[in-house]
Design a protein around this ligand. Structure first.
Ligand code: HEC
Length: 146
């Protein structure tokens, strides 16, 4: 049996109308604020640091990357090298660092890695890489010039 065309058209029209009048408004009837909530959920965990923003040095990248000479000094070396404990040459004192600097960075690194008298091997930072220790030595030398 062949259905009258207008009846099929009527069904199609019904379906389209249903879509246009019922589904579309439903889809648009997102409660206020929801879009912002979705936006917030899409943000990565932690704060987003965009180029050009000052996000401090405590970001995830800084925490997992190599320590700067200043960081290593501040965490490990300063205990002796800021106070002169056990006769450690103090940072900022050119007279104490001058003769040591004259030995050259390679000799200073030997002392740093292996220890020297009361100077403990690796300056007590067992987890520091050679590069990090070298950066710390350079940091002290840089800040101990006359
Ligand atoms: C427990 C104390 C102590 C800590 C911590 C320490 N030092 Fe020293 N350091 C010394 C003493 C003491 C000397 C002097 C040793 C000597 O000449 O007899 C010294 C000397 C040095 C020298 C000169 C070595 C030379 O050949 O003249 C360097 C370089 C140095 N320390 C680097 C570091 C670095 C880098 C750190 C941190 C990673 C560090 N030290 C942490 C006590 C310390």
């Amino acid at each position: 049996m062949i259905r009258p065309v207008h009846k099929q058209f009527g069904k199609w029209l019904q379906a389209s109308l249903f879509g246009a009048l019922v589904l579309a408004p439903l889809a648009m009837a997102v409660p206020p604020g929801t879009k912002d909530q979705i936006k917030a959920r899409l943000q990565p965990v932690g704060s987003v640091c965009r180029t050009g923003e000052d996000c401090g040095s405590a970001g995830p990248a800084a925490a997992s990357g190599p320590l700067s000479g200043e960081d290593v000094y501040g965490k490990f070396c300063f205990a002796c090298h800021a106070t002169g404990a056990s006769g450690a040459p103090m940072m900022g004192h050119a007279d104490q660092w001058g003769p040591r600097a004259a030995k050259g960075i390679d000799a200073l690194m030997q002392s740093t890695l292996n220890g020297l008298n009361a100077m403990p091997p690796r300056g007590t930072c067992a987890t520091c890489s050679d590069d990090e220790l070298k950066a710390a030595v350079e940091h002290m030398l840089e800040n101990s010039k006359g």
